[in-house]
Ligand binder design. Structure first.
Ligand code: A3P
Length: 322
């Protein structure tokens, strides 16, 4: 008699995905899996890795909602944790996009070994990893073994604006209408959404495990990058020494990871990667404006008010404010 397909096989994931709700509208169709909307190709990869990713107690996980400054945070954390290995003048980030130096757990995106669990398993401790997954889709041991998490989110109107521009640019085919994308975003249907569940899960985790979960906002880094770089370094167990601060090493981290420096590097101005035959992510699409408040140049006041009201309703009583 025929054996059922193993739970980690490709045919199992294809069959499962075919039974799940799917919606079109953003750059690729999104599939709803365990209350989270994922691009189908991400879900497929995730299903293959979900039971096999083994968190280690000294893992550092950079968890971000898409378009909230992932590229920036990867650069900052990579430079901080590797500063004894690389000189600023000849730094890997001068030649490689930040996504290429920090591996994402669930799928490829533009990272070289994303979703490759053998590679992730082979990395020496402490591992620096990244994810867009909501906490609810990470193995529960992430919390119990005490992995350190740096979470980054962003004021939702700006996060939406950045996402709309990005998805419009990477999509092969007709542009996405702002109105349709906005409606879907407010319904919770966006990549790794609903955004409010994503933000709130990590927010609550940061309240429950303040020593192990650092909750950051994009606006906070924009406002005082040096303060955030120092805070992140201490949190990760790589604090700047007095000598380093006197020599300006912390300021150099801020400078190397700045929008101005990174977006002007040849490696970030050229090239890109194709994913699932549906999207082409140019490196330059990861560096658009890098400003706070750009929503006002894209969305109507009415849309802004609608999203503000939704945010107030969803975050009510949580203590999380924008
Ligand atoms: P905008 O579209 O508002 O310009 P992600 O890295 O999560 O995909 O987020 C992308 C957003 O972060 C984009 O926002 C991008 O311009 C901005 N960004 C990328 N690198 C940055 C940096 N070094 N400093 C500040 N913002 C950055």
């Amino acid at each position: 008699s025929q054996q059922p397909a193993p739970i980690s096989s490709e045919s199992y994931s294809d069959n499962l995905i075919a039974t799940l709700p799917t919606r079109e509208g953003w750059s690729t169709p999104l599939t709803l899996f365990k209350h989270c909307w994922l691009r189908a190709h991400v879900l497929k990869n995730f299903l293959l890795v979900q039971d096999n990713f083994k968190p280690r107690s000294d893992d550092i996980i950079l968890a971000t909602h898409p378009k909230c400054g992932t590229t920036w945070l990867k650069a900052i954390a990579f430079v901080i944790t590797n500063r004894s290995r690389y000189a600023f003048a000849d730094h890997p980030l001068l030649k490689k996009n930040p996504h290429k130096v920090v591996t994402i757990i669930e799928a490829k995106f533009i990272s070289e070994h994303g979703g490759d669990l053998d590679y992730i398993e082979s990395l020496p401790s402490p591992r620096l990893l990244a994810t867009h997954l909501p906490l609810s889709l990470l193995p529960p041991t992430v919390s119990t073994v005490g992995c350190r998490i740096v979470y980054l989110c962003r004021e939702p109107k700006d996060a939406f604006t950045s996402m709309w521009h990005f998805d419009s640019r990477i999509r092969k085919g007709d542009p996405i209408s702002l109105e349709k994308a906005f409606t879907m975003f407010c319904e919770g249907c966006s990549s790794f959404g609903p955004f409010w569940d994503h933000y709130l899960q990590y927010w609550k985790e940061s309240l429950a495990r303040p020593q192990e979960v650092l909750f950051l906002k994009y606006e906070e880094i924009k406002c005082d990058p040096l303060m955030v770089v120092r805070k992140t370094a201490s949190f990760l167990g790589f604090p700047f020494t007095k000598e380093e601060e006197s020599a300006g090493v912390d300021k150099e981290v801020v400078r190397l990871c700045s929008f101005k420096v990174l977006s002007n590097l040849d490696t970030n101005k050229t090239g890109g990667v194709e994913r699932a035959g549906m999207i082409f992510i140019e490196h330059s699409s990861l560096f658009r404006k890098g400003e706070v408040g750009d929503w006002a140049n894209n969305m109507s006041n009415e849309m802004g008010e609608k999203l503000d009201m939704l945010v107030e309703e969803k975050f009510k009583g949580s203590g999380l404010k924008f």
